[in-house]
Design a protein around this ligand. Structure first.
Ligand SMILES: Cc1cc2nc3c(=O)[nH]c(=O)nc-3n(C[C@H](O)[C@H](O)[C@H](O)COP(=O)(O)O)c2cc1C
Length: 211
């Protein structure tokens, strides 16, 4: 299959300044609810881009676990690569691609750790297996074999048998406080609609970008 010959026209919808909400979080909420309603595979999967202080970028997928005016929340290991990069350089970018809806949302902002209480509350809502998994994995470090991880899991299961599994101190959430949010809707002939919100004092300024 020749990648250059793959071509799709986007015809589902348009995006106009008159239709969007002046608050991008409310606008995100509308699109997110539509993505969930459209039964997409993991509509809360988002790409997180981080960069070292020297500007070397890296990306990976994580799951959005909450959003409100203060920002977009995901959970991870605080000692893995993305967390180390965020600790050194909190500026990051998020991306949602909802292909079936011909939509993309790009967010840029600053990440900060959730409070211990917030991370505890989410951790305790996770299934027991995921909680054990969080303890077992030294995220982003190399391991000799999968069996090493599996043995760690068995040992942790023995250790915590009949007991509540607390949140590891090295695991928790980040909240990305948005400074820029762009909504992209695919259109005919690649003349896509792009509306970008930028912080403007207490509110937001909306601008249309060329596709
Ligand atoms: C659909 C999907 C969801 C994921 N969700 C998370 C998540 O919520 N948190 C997380 O730490 N890693 C998640 N991962 C794994 C990350 O993509 C990545 O492999 C891991 O976080 C290590 O990244 P790092 O080495 O850059 O820190 C997910 C992967 C996929 C494909």
């Amino acid at each position: 299959m020749d990648a250059a010959s793959l071509r799709k026209e986007y015809t589902r919808a348009g995006l106009s300044e008159d239709d969007v909400n002046p608050d991008p979080i409310v606008q995100f909420h509308e699109w997110f609810e539509m993505a969930v309603g459209a039964d997409l595979h993991e509509p809360n999967a988002m790409i997180v881009a981080t960069a070292t202080k020297e500007g070397r970028p890296s990306v990976r997928t994580v799951l959005l676990k909450g959003y409100e005016e203060r920002g977009f929340v995901f959970y991870t290991n605080y000692e893995g690569r993305k967390a180390r990069e965020l600790e050194a350089n909190p500026m990051c970018a998020l991306l949602f691609y909802w292909g079936e809806l011909e939509r993309q949302v790009r967010i840029e902002g600053r990440a900060s750790r959730l409070s211990a209480e917030e991370s505890d509350a989410y951790f305790l809502s996770r299934p027991r297996g995921s909680r054990i998994g969080a303890w077992a994995s030294q995220q982003s470090r190399s391991v000799e074999a999968r069996s090493v991880l599996e043995e760690r899991v068995r040992a942790l299961e023995r250790e915590y048998e009949g007991r509540e599994i607390p949140r590891p101190p090295f695991w928790g959430g980040y909240r990305v406080e948005p400074e820029v949010i762009e909504f992209w809707q695919g259109r005919e002939n690649r003349l896509h609609d792009r509306l970008v919100y930028r912080r403007d004092g207490e509110g937001w300024k909306i601008e249309r970008l060329q596709p």
